[in-house]
Write a protein that binds this ligand. Structure first.
Ligand code: C2E
Ligand code: CA
Ligand code: CA
Length: 666
């Protein structure tokens, strides 16, 4: 693997290429050049020996007697120079006349063979023969000369050695240069590689720059730098997305947690408390449900700016989800945290215009302090959350966490398990509150209001357990119990000729349940009660969770002849016009308006216009919570149909109610 990687290296590859090229080229060079030089030397040698031999022969030719012509001294001189190894003169009968030099080879007896090329005969000699003539050109004999080839051979060998040496030096130089330039060329690539690796490891901040004069590498570096910059922006925006809420662009849970934990760990030793605030909008769900999600979204955006505007720059506001926000106030004390909360509450309770709707929100706020209530994000958030719920339940704007609250939460849990037992074991009992007709003063119906007789705590009012029952899902069992109790009582009265409708309160949760219609139908059949003696009170918010199926159930119940009443009207956001499509026959105006109508002009105006509008839409109107005559008279003037309240009677147990009935209507 390592070897394979080594050979994948660019420089190594270039060097291998150079080696291969040079092995080929140098061979050509070596053998080609060598051959040329060799040929040169050889032909030079042959030219020389030929010329020399013919010179010698010429010097011996020309006279009639061969012996006269032989200049022995010259011959010996020629042999002595070393070039000529031997020289032999033969007459025309092949008889040796003169012999000088190394006469042993070739032996006289052997046939003298002339060489035609350098190296013939393999004896380091070049044999050549030339004819001798007299003055009349008559053949006299021949001269045989042997020349020494070794000098030339040595020269040729030397030439080859030099050639080899040069080739080697050349190859070495080429090899060194290639490796030098190869490394020089790949160095910026390696630098680039290193930079891209650091980028891949998540360090994007270093600018990509390599020093090079190779255009391609420079362009590559530019491209990598471009990619880095893109990556930086992309990572930044991804990081932002991961840590922020997409709707409000506020920090999200993750970022908040990070900031809180970082601050509290760095503060642990010091004495600066911090506060974590949980804020839940009060009427957001209704706004969202009645005006639609677009309005809901823009309300949330408005709210986040409103909250942020009441904070210091060092504070963090985060959206936890839905209409829940958390605010982290580092280095604060109870007083300044309270001030911040007050500013926020004040700002959030101001009505504002949103997409053409007038909106009043309000918020419930819970506070928990570091280090008193918790030493990390989770603890603080949990405590602030508990405090917020307490504030919401109690209808306070804000609440600082107290250890007592945890007990309350525990009590809630016990309460739920006890309530289950209570429903199954007849600890619940109904009370009845009469509804009176304004015009005739007659009893026109009763509302069933449930109570819980707790073995230790005594009578518990519904406001203390209905919400828990809704949260825990026990509400369907509870409603079932109340329906049976109310239908049973109405059937008893019906049996003795008193046709008094009984109104039952339904929780919004009941309307999204599957079997509601069927169970009402079977109860009516079981007790043989005409449907018109049953009334159902629902709140505006019942229509919000699943308007279509709510409408379907209500229409079905209406078809049976059951009357539907809208309870606590005015506290929600629905308008009468919105409720027009649902089969509603009774409108119960919330007691908060009725209470104040005697003293408050605008409440009186709201009640009066509501009554007027309801009549236009064919509904009857019940005024809830009538406590005095003054209110009653005002209601009379604006032609409200029915009244219900302590002025006539409180909700009563069945025996008290029967007594009241007999004394009031003897
Ligand atoms: P609600 O349906 O608005 O019932 C009227 C509440 O106003 C009753 O309180 C009644 O006692 C009270 N009230 C009547 N006249 C007056 C008055 O002149 N002045 C004042 N200040 N109050 C008056 P209660 O019985 O404590 O019930 C509270 C709420 O609990 C009810 O409000 C209803 O929403 C819920 N609830 C009661 N019984 C049931 C039930 O069986 N099922 C469900 N789901 N909810 C119930
Ligand atoms: Ca009611
Ligand atoms: Ca009511």
């Amino acid at each position: 693997m390592k070897v394979k990687r080594f050979f994948s290296n660019l420089t190594v590859r270039m060097m291998i290429l150079v080696i291969i090229m040079h092995v080929v080229f140098l061979n050509i060079l070596y053998f080609g050049l060598g051959a040329v030089v060799e040929e040169g030397y050889k032909s030079q040698f042959i030219d020389y020996v030929r010329a020399d031999a013919y010179n010698i022969a010429a010097s011996m030719s020309g006279s009639s007697e061969l012996t006269n012509n032989i200049n022995k001294r010259a011959i010996e001189e020629a042999v002595l120079t070393g070039r000529t190894v031997f020289l032999r003169v033969l007459d025309n009968n092949n008889k040796v006349i003169e012999e000088v030099g190394d006469i042993n080879t070739p032996l006289i007896n052997e046939r003298f063979s002339e060489d035609f090329a350098f190296g013939h005969g393999d004896n380091n000699r070049y044999h050549i023969e030339a004819p001798l003539f007299d003055a009349n050109n008559q053949f006299l004999g021949r001269v045989q000369i042997g020349y020494d080839e070794t000098d030339t051979q040595e020269q040729i060998d030397l030439a080859y050695q030099r050639c080899f040496l040069f080739s080697m030096i050349y190859a070495l130089l080429a090899f060194m240069l290639t490796s030098y330039f190869g490394q020089r060329m790949t160095r910026p690539i390696q630098a680039l590689q290193k930079l891209t690796r650091t980028i891949a490891h998540g360090q994007y901040q270093t600018k990509v720059y390599v020093k090079t004069n190779v255009v391609e590498i420079e362009q590559l570096a530019h491209t990598v730098e471009f990619m880095r910059v893109e990556l930086v922006t992309q990572t930044d925006s991804m990081e932002h997305l991961a840590l922020h809420d997409s709707l409000t662009d506020l920090p999200n849970r993750v970022l908040l947690q990070d900031r809180v934990n970082q601050t509290v760990t760095s503060l642990s030793q010091k004495e600066h408390p911090c506060a974590l605030v949980v804020l839940d909008l009060n009427r957001f769900k209704e706004i969202n449900d009645s005006f639609g999600h677009l309005v809901g979204d823009s309300v949330l955006k408005r709210t986040s700016t409103t909250i942020a505007n009441s904070l210091r720059p060092s504070d963090t506001v985060a959206r936890l989800g839905g209409d829940e926000f958390a605010i982290f106030l580092p280095e604060t004390d109870i007083e300044s945290a309270k001030n911040v909360v007050e500013r926020m509450t004040e700002a959030l309770s101001r009505p504002f215009e949103c997409e053409g709707h007038s909106v009043v929100l309000g918020a419930s706020i819970g506070l928990a302090f570091f280090p008193e209530h918790g030493t990390n994000y989770e603890e603080l958030l949990q405590k602030a959350d508990v405090a917020m719920y307490v504030a919401k339940r109690a209808g306070f704007n804000s609440q600082i966490y107290q250890p007592q609250f945890d007990k309350d939460a525990l009590q809630q849990l016990t309460l739920i398990s006890e309530l289950k037992f209570a429903i199954e074991n007849e600890q619940l009992f109904p009370t009845f509150q009469p509804k009176i007709c304004m015009e005739t003063n007659q009893l026109i119906g009763v509302e069933l209001l449930v109570r819980w007789l707790h073995p230790e705590k005594g009578v518990i009012p519904p406001n203390d357990f209905i919400a828990s029952a809704e949260r825990s899902g026990l509400i369907s069992q509870l409603t079932q119990w109340v329906l049976r109790s109310g239908i049973k009582q109405a059937a008893i009265w019906y049996g003795i000729g008193r046709e008094i409708p009984v109104a039952i309160n339904l929780s919004p949760k009941n309307l999204v349940e599957e079997g509601l219609y069927q169970s009402i139908l079977s109860l009516l059949e079981e007790y043989k009660l005409p449907a018109n003696l049953l009334e159902l009170e629902i709140t505006e918010s019942s229509m919000f969770a699943d308007p279509l199926s709510a409408k379907k159930i209500l229409e079905a119940l209406d078809t049976l002849g059951i009357k539907i009443a809208i309870d606590d009207f005015g506290t929600g956001y629905s308008s009468l016009v919105q409720l027009r499509n649902i089969p509603i026959s009774i409108l119960k105006i919330d007691r908060s308006f009725i209470h104040h109508m005697a003293s408050n002009e605008s409440d009186a105006a709201i009640v009066s216009s509501t009554v007027y509008m309801a009549h236009m839409l064919g509904m009857k109107v019940v005024a809830e919570g009538v406590e005095n005559e003054e209110t009653l008279n005002k209601l009379k003037k604006i032609q409200c149909d029915f009244v219900q309240g302590y002025f006539f009677a409180k909700p009563m147990e069945i025996h008290d109610f029967e007594k009241w009935w007999q004394t009031t209507y003897p």
